[in-house]
Design a protein around this ligand. Sequence first.
Ligand code: SAH
Ligand code: DHB
Ligand code: MG
Length: 225
Amino acid sequence: MFEHKPQPGWIAVEEFLTDKVVHPDGSLQRAVQSAVDAGMPPIEVAPNAGKLLKLLVQMSGARRVLEIGTLAGFSTIWMAQGLPDGGRLVTCEYLTKHADVARANLDAAGLGHKVDIRIGAALDTLAALEAEGQEAFDFVFIDADKENDSKYLDWAVRLGRPGTTVILDNAVWEGAVLEPAMDPVNAPGIISALELMGKHPQLDATVIQTVGSKGWDGFALAVVR
Ligand code: SAH
Ligand code: DHB
Ligand code: MG
């Protein structure tokens, strides 16, 4: 019955929802602007997705969060806001420039004391975390180079424990999961990770499609058995 009327778009609806419900604080708004000012790509999660990460951290009672892919620290701030006093977040970032911007944003948000930014290729950092004998992570957010998504999933299981929550960003990639030629670099990594999530004996998973300011995408969510 609506097809003959002009429709509001996904982005306008997202702005309405964010304004009415999500309420990102000033530190989060400034983190987004800082990335623009530094010439970094605008590929942070949407505010409603960031708030979901915060709420999932809270709902799961996580005290130790692992993030793969920091950028300017937007998702990092959201998740750190969901941590209890004494909670800890380790985030992996390849580029020093991104880590520097994120560090400034986390400090300005009053969350710097909770967050350890590890600079380097995440696969190296993850191996180092294991070698250090770090306590298990309760919550893992994977959002870096999609080619390594399957390896990151394996690491999430390895560095987690039964009950650990695992979130994988960019699980739909504008539909490229059905047409990998759209993005031969990233799509195969995403597809492999989804296949692994569906068959991994230690993961129980689902995937949600999303639309909005970040286009057509989605996220996968799993719990470690
Ligand atoms: N989670 C962030 C967005 C991350 S964008 C947010 O939502 O706010 C992806 C980030 O992963 C970029 O900063 C990129 O530099 C970083 N990255 C890419 N490959 C990486 C690798 N191999 N190891 C660590 N970080 C990597
Ligand atoms: C890109 C990466 C992301 O993690 C994302 O959420 C959106 C886009 C990218 O590399 O283009
Ligand atoms: Mg992402």
